[in-house]
Design a binder for this molecule. Structure first.
Ligand SMILES: Cc1ncc(COP(=O)(O)O)c(C=O)c1O
Length: 263
């Protein structure tokens, strides 16, 4: 079966902002944290329409936006420009966060931020209080890469590798998890987000999976209430090879079936 590509404007995701407006009206927060591109863990990506509607709401309620976008550079299939929400704000303050971890060296945890002028002096003082400054070898390496002429080619090479792995995981999931779970193929980022069809907590399956050398992230870790997300699991596709995915997902499906017992 061909991988399913999920358009940004899928009916299920078409209208997130009325719910957001209700929450803003109710709680009147001073700031909001959003991951508009390829959310961790769901892989969801906001449509162009959602981005402008959210920007208008944040301006209306004067809510500071923290826009966290570590996965923007690993977009695989996108059908719009993914204009940052902060670029559309007229009144509200904003902080925009980016990372080099997903495209260069994860262990160095190098990132950056941009912010509206009113916030910047405060952020500089907070950074100085936290660690004076980010380590210099990492800054030097990132700055050299940013100035290099091979930067675009590097990103394309990285993304074509991720695309091969994403498609391989989608195919392996269809082979081994078709009866067990539902998911949407991510159009970028690093993760698949699965919801098991049987009502059971994925956390309880982790020990058995680890005993078979398979690791996944149980869904409850991503929710403030642990009772939510229990049926979900996050799978990473950026590291394992397609051959390893085939073996690993067959094994993980075997563990889940073994625990479920005979139908
Ligand atoms: C949404 C989100 N923000 C930030 C980070 C952290 O990025 P970094 O590796 O640059 O610390 C992650 C990491 O995995 C993430 O998923």
């Amino acid at each position: 079966m061909a991988p399913r590509s999920i358009p940004c404007r899928s009916p299920r995701r078409a209208r997130i902002w009325p719910a957001l407006e209700a929450q803003l009206e109710r709680h009147r927060p001073s700031c909001i944290y959003l991951i508009p591109c390829f959310q961790n863990p769901s892989g969801a990506c906001y449509s162009a329409e959602a981005r402008s509607a959210i920007a208008a709401l944040l301006d209306h309620y004067n809510v500071t936006l923290i826009e966290d976008e570590p996965y923007r550079s690993v977009a695989l299939d996108v059908d719009h420009a993914m204009l940052p929400i902060c670029a559309q704000l007229k009144r509200a303050n904003w902080i925009y966060l980016g990372s080099f971890s997903k495209i260069l060296w994860p262990g160095w945890r190098m990132g950056y931020l941009a912010a509206s002028p009113a916030l910047m002096p405060h952020l500089v003082r907070l950074k100085q209080a936290a660690d004076l400054h980010t380590q210099r070898p990492g800054q030097h390496a990132v700055a050299s890469w940013l100035q290099s002429t091979g930067r675009s080619a590097d990103l394309e090479r990285l993304k074509s590798g991720y695309r091969i792995r994403r498609d391989a995981m989608q195919a392996a999931l269809q082979r081994h998890f078709g009866e067990l779970a539902d998911w949407e193929m991510p159009r970028g980022g690093l993760f698949f987000w699965l919801r098991l069809r049987a009502l059971r907590a994925t956390r309880a399956e982790l020990d058995l999976a680890l005993a078979h050398d398979i690791a996944f992230m149980p869904g409850e870790a991503f929710y403030p209430q642990q009772s939510d997300g229990q049926q979900c699991m996050r799978l990473n596709y950026s590291r394992a090879t397609p051959a390893e995915m085939e073996v690993g997902l067959a094994r993980l499906a075997g563990c889940l079936k073994q625990r479920a017992g005979p139908a």
